[in-house]
Design a protein around this ligand. Structure first.
Ligand code: FRU
Length: 472
């Protein structure tokens, strides 16, 4: 059967074949960026997890490396689940979860933490005394089954890992362990715990300092919606707070969404040599349909564009990494035009970046439509009356539908958008990264138009568009 390549992404990392989910082991090692990922190479569905591996000089153009881990030992026999990477004595270490089914039907499981290492960053050996954190090291008041996704970092003389967990009573929590050598670990504390609105289990925790404050990010399963926020099956949330790593205490501040769109889960961060705190997420959502699993496509799952995290007071801003600018082609621009109604741009594209600055003028509603065709369009709209930015994918194509809304204020009556469109994705950075909205769309091949629209007159002070081309 000939494969349908229509939706394979141009400038987002996806698997070479088959299924991928969470980013794992995100690190800059010996000058190169490494990104591993949860991977089932034999089919476009989730299965016994392997670690896929890609290497890049600039976080945009990736080269596939051989599979880094396969589930072939007693302690990881039913999956090499998510984990992270760290450099020590010139070697690259991976700390990951081994998933082990305990019941006959695979419904029951236990999880342990394991170590693997590499001298060249390409070939990995599993440590011969795995697991390094076993079931017996799970504290009281913590689930005996959900115990996964170690994120490793170093602080002072210690290596630390945070681990996703729950308290056995429906609240997500994060466990903290420490070690001097990555091999022997001791439990420090339950670092943080959510309340009953914040998901029944926390996965993929990430803990770091940003300009003197602690930041905790977790992926919360079945987080309760709060108005416009957290309307997906699962949500990525962050807390900024005071961290006492020695005691293992993190005072949770307010809880915010990392991304306000549809498809953003299980992110992982790393600090690179330029001092940037980078984040990348799985650009999909559990429990939602993935059209590329069918119709001869035979792949599923992709990563978001890597983003840089900046702390602005008690909020995080997310900006696209600078490197993407090196792949801009065919500059198209407009300056100071007025719109009232809908206006098509005289340019079409499939994979591109769009920067627009609106001056709201008298308009009640204005925005842009991308991947627009005869019947299809993806609407990105600002509603002045409600101060809401809205991403609507009801008519985006064959994928899941719906809309997501988020509150955002105009600045001097202006709205700034940076939008990245790829073959089956849209990422919107609003007002210099104050909020982001990410979503997958699956439009037809012919839906390539772009239009701007307004109810009442508004002006576009600036519109720049570049095609983004990475693949040869
Ligand atoms: C999050 C997650 C992790 C787990 C992995 C399994 O998406 O459920 O908790 O390690 O996926 O593939």
């Amino acid at each position: 059967e000939r494969l349908n390549k229509q939706y394979r992404l141009e400038y987002h990392l996806m698997g070479e074949y088959g299924w991928i989910n969470d980013p794992n082991g995100f690190i800059q090692y010996k000058g190169k960026y490494h990104l591993f990922y949860q991977h089932y190479p034999f089919d476009a569905v989730w299965g016994p997890m392997h670690w896929g591996h890609a290497i890049s000089e600039d976080l945009i153009k990736w080269h596939y490396a051989p599979l880094a881990l396969a589930p072939d030992e007693e302690y990881d026999k039913d999956g090499c689940f998510s984990g992270s990477a760290i450099e020590k004595d010139d070697k690259l270490y991976l700390v990951y979860t081994g998933n082990i089914h305990t019941g006959a039907d695979g419904g029951e499981y236990k999880q342990v933490q394991n170590l693997a290492y590499s001298e060249d960053g390409v070939h990995f050996k599993k440590y011969d005394k795995n697991p390094v954190i076993g079931q017996e090291q799970i504290p009281e008041r913590a689930s005996k089954r959900d115990f996964r996704d170690p994120k490793v970092f170093k602080k002072g003389q210690y290596y630390y890992v945070v681990l996703g967990s729950n308290d056995g009573m429906g609240n997500g929590q994060v466990l903290l362990y420490r070690s001097l050598d990555l091999k022997q670990w001791e439990f420090v504390n339950i670092l943080a715990k959510g309340d009953e609105t914040m998901g029944y289990n926390w996965e993929c925790p990430d803990l770091f300092e940003l300009d003197g404050k602690g930041v905790l990010i977790v992926s919360a399963q079945h987080m309760k919606a709060r108005g416009n926020d957290f309307n997906n099956p699962n949500s990525v949330i962050y807390f900024i707070g005071d961290l006492d790593i020695e005691k293992g205490v993190f005072q949770l501040g307010d809880c915010h969404a990392v991304d306000y769109g549809f498809d953003f889960y299980a992110p992982q961060t790393t600090l690179d040599k330029l001092g940037r705190r980078l984040i990348v997420a799985w650009m999909d959502m559990w429990e939602m349909p993935m059209p590329t699993q069918e119709r001869g496509h035979n792949w599923a799952g992709a990563m978001t564009l890597p983003r840089e995290i900046v702390r602005v007071g008690d909020r995080l801003y997310f900006k696209p990494i600078e490197e993407i600018k090196n792949y801009r082609k065919n500059h198209y621009h407009l300056r100071n035009i007025k719109i009232n109604g809908e206006k098509y741009l005289d340019t079409i594209s499939e994979c591109y970046e769009l920067e627009i600055e609106f001056d709201a003028g008298e308009a009640r509603e204005f925005g842009v439509k991308v991947r627009k065709g005869k019947e299809e369009e993806t609407i990105l709209c600002y509603s002045r009356d409600e101060s809401l930015f809205i991403f609507n994918r009801d008519k985006s194509g064959i994928g899941p539908k719906g809309e997501r809304k988020t509150n955002i204020a105009l600045k001097n009556n202006k709205l700034k958008l940076r939008i990245f469109v790829d073959r089956c994705s849209v990422e919107v950075f609003i007002n210099d990264g104050e909020k982001t909205m990410t979503g997958r769309i699956y439009p037809g091949k012919e839906s390539l138009n772009i239009s701007v629209f307004s109810k009442g007159e508004c002006s576009i002070t600036r519109l720049d568009k570049w095609d983004i081309a990475v693949l040869p």
